[in-house]
Design a protein around this ligand. Structure first.
Ligand code: ZN
Ligand code: ZN
Length: 588
């Protein structure tokens, strides 16, 4: 049987799928016979990709293969010609020629500079060559607007793919890819794993977005994997962002596309005030709303407040299962843990000392909506966070209502910043950017700066726009706000010799119900690490969040010049109840 063939095997009462990796003589242990040979198969190149993922992201070959969906090709792909109706400006033409002349390149284009037209032109070319393409975007950017643009241009040649589409729809799409009826798969990071034959291009939009990194094993990064796969299968890879990741900016040839589409006049004001809705913010909001324009308000915190703190002993109410404060959700009269979802009633007294002097702090989206709805009773405020936007349908509904002016103000978390096109937003208010800047993470500055620009970019896309930022670090933000590239250049000097892109990082993460057991694993790990060369232990000990869902957590962070050195250590020192994360993006 050829390598890569899919088969079914009965294991106990279950039928499981498998991939033929190689043929061997019958082993001495008990074996099950293959019950069915399926029509699908993976090519040799894909088998190599599985092995790479298994080695690099430390999982089994089976786990790697399990990410992918095979396609059965039923016909030779007919060439498809779509109407060449994309008009590019002179500068866009230049950008287009640039990405066409590189295998991997970065389209570093401001919000509103017209990256989408260039993507469309590239997709049109790929189809014209009789090839296929994958268009990746963060799940939350999979908005009706982007889908509409793709559908308008490519009709049924494009299929939208994400983790929540039904099995039936998936089967339909896969057969349409096989017959050549579908040539572009567009969607969230899982689209990368549709094993498209004759792949000509992979586009990664919003390439800086951390949601491309999987938070469970295999902990792959879809952008990095797209680059690897592109090389393997001979497909062009185009990364796009207004605020590219420092690593992408450093590693790949880029084309700078500045905002030209709309002549926007933006003003940014930094407010050195304490947290909360100040008079200046209220006035600005009042002015914008009086003219029937819209506003967005960003906060990094969900719920009403992040903490319930005791004024007597200074402790905040912690989740009994996690070493984190519980958030206040007034609509349910509950404290809720955002890590394990444990809920309890809001206590009247401090559980630690019994004092009744409890105070809530770190304002969240729900509270801002509640307070502003009271101040502006004839305006509609809507939460835009993970509590509110739980499905794609809800996301579409809220965005539609906002663009139809049924909602005046969106109050949201990072979700606000993700590539949505708001037509009439004239004011963006940004709270809590300092808490992002203060995170114990080598990318804290990059995160904060990029987030600020992404949110600010949503205001005034077709006219005048105002941005208010509440921060004690105005100097830092002011210095770079007009020039993200300047920021990236400075950040490079700061990272030299310490962090990516100059060094590679890897993290061991231990989690165990018994603290004693967790410490033993840490000890064994340290024993193993004591003898390694070319790898530096940056830090080890309790994780910043020392317990989640009843498990005690410890971490070891390693640094080396090459991934190879780290991977050797990973394969040699791996332990039970200890996950390995290469190129980590989260350090909590
Ligand atoms: Zn207390
Ligand atoms: Zn919890």
């Amino acid at each position: 049987m050829p390598q890569g063939t899919l088969v079914e095997v009965k294991l106990r009462n279950r039928v499981v799928r498998g991939v033929i990796l190689e043929s061997v003589d019958e082993p001495s242990f008990a074996c099950e016979a293959i019950s069915q040979i399926l029509p699908e198969s993976f090519t040799q190149i894909y088998l190599e990709i599985f092995h790479f993922i298994s080695q690099y992201y430390l999982c089994s070959v089976g786990e790697a293969a399990g990410l992918f969906t095979p396609v059965v090709t039923t016909e030779a792909v007919p060439h498809a010609n779509t109407a060449c109706d994309i008009a590019l400006s002179a500068r866009q033409q230049e950008a287009y020629r640039f990405v066409k002349s590189h295998d991997v390149s970065l389209l570093f284009g401001d919000t509103g500079s017209g990256k989408t037209e260039i993507y469309m032109k590239l997709l049109e070319d790929v189809i014209g060559e009789g090839k296929r393409a994958i268009f990746l975007m963060p799940e939350i950017s999979l908005t009706p607007q982007m889908q509409k643009r793709l559908k308008q241009k490519f009709g049924d040649l494009v299929a939208i793919w994400h983790s929540k589409i039904t099995k039936k729809r998936k089967t339909e799409i896969l057969s349409a890819i096989g017959s050549g009826a579908v040539k572009i798969v567009a969607g969230a990071r899982s689209s990368l794993f549709v094993a498209m034959p004759d792949l000509g291009a992979i586009i990664v939009d919003e390439e800086h977005d951390d949601s491309y990194k999987a938070s469970n094993r295999p902990r792959y990064h879809a952008r990095d994997l797209a680059i690897y796969m592109g090389k393997k299968v001979g497909a062009r890879v185009v990364l796009g962002s207004a605020t590219p990741a420092l690593t992408s900016y450093y590693k790949f040839p880029f084309f700078r596309l500045k905002e030209t589409f709309f002549d926007t006049k933006k003003s940014i004001t930094f407010l050195h005030e304490e947290e909360g809705i100040s008079e200046r913010i209220r006035d600005a909001l009042s002015q914008t709303l009086a003219q029937n324009h819209q506003a967005i308000i960003f906060l990094p915190t969900r719920a009403n407040y992040k903490y319930l703190t005791c004024m007597a002993c200074g402790k905040f109410v912690e989740c009994p299962f996690c070493a984190v404060g519980m958030s206040i959700h007034n609509e349910r009269n509950a404290l809720r843990c955002h890590y394990c979802n444990y809920m309890q009633r809001i206590p009247k007294e401090c559980p630690a000392c019994g004092s009744a002097a409890l105070k809530s702090n770190r304002i969240g989206t729900a509270q801002v909506v509640a307070e502003l709805s009271e101040k502006f009773p004839d305006k509609v405020f809507m939460k835009f966070d993970r509590d509110e936007v739980t499905t794609q349908t809800k996301l579409k509904k809220i965005l539609k209502a906002f663009n139809d002016h049924e909602i005046d103000v969106l109050v949201g978390t990072q979700m606000l910043s993700k590539g949505h096109d708001y037509h009439d937003v004239r004011l963006a208010v940004i709270f809590g950017i300092d808490t992002i800047l203060a995170q114990a993470d080598f990318r804290a500055r990059e995160r904060a700066m990029s987030l600020l620009l992404q949110v600010a970019g949503r205001s005034g896309r077709k006219g005048e726009g105002k941005v208010l930022v509440q921060t004690a670090n105005a100097e830092f933000f002011e210095h770079y706000i007009g020039d993200y590239e300047h920021f990236l250049k400075d950040e490079l000097t700061f990272r030299e010799g310490l962090y990516p892109p100059f060094k590679k990082l890897m993290k061991f993460m231990i989690a165990h119900k018994s603290r004693q057991k967790a410490l033993e694993i840490l000890e064994r790990l340290q024993g193993c690490l004591g003898s390694v060369e070319d790898v530096e232990v940056v830090g080890f000990g309790e994780a910043p969040i020392a317990r989640i869902a009843g498990k005690f957590r410890f971490q070891v962070l390693l640094r080396a010049d090459s991934a190879k050195a780290l991977l050797q250590v990973a394969h040699r020192c791996r332990q039970q109840d200890c996950e390995v994360d290469i190129d980590p993006v989260s350090f909590s």
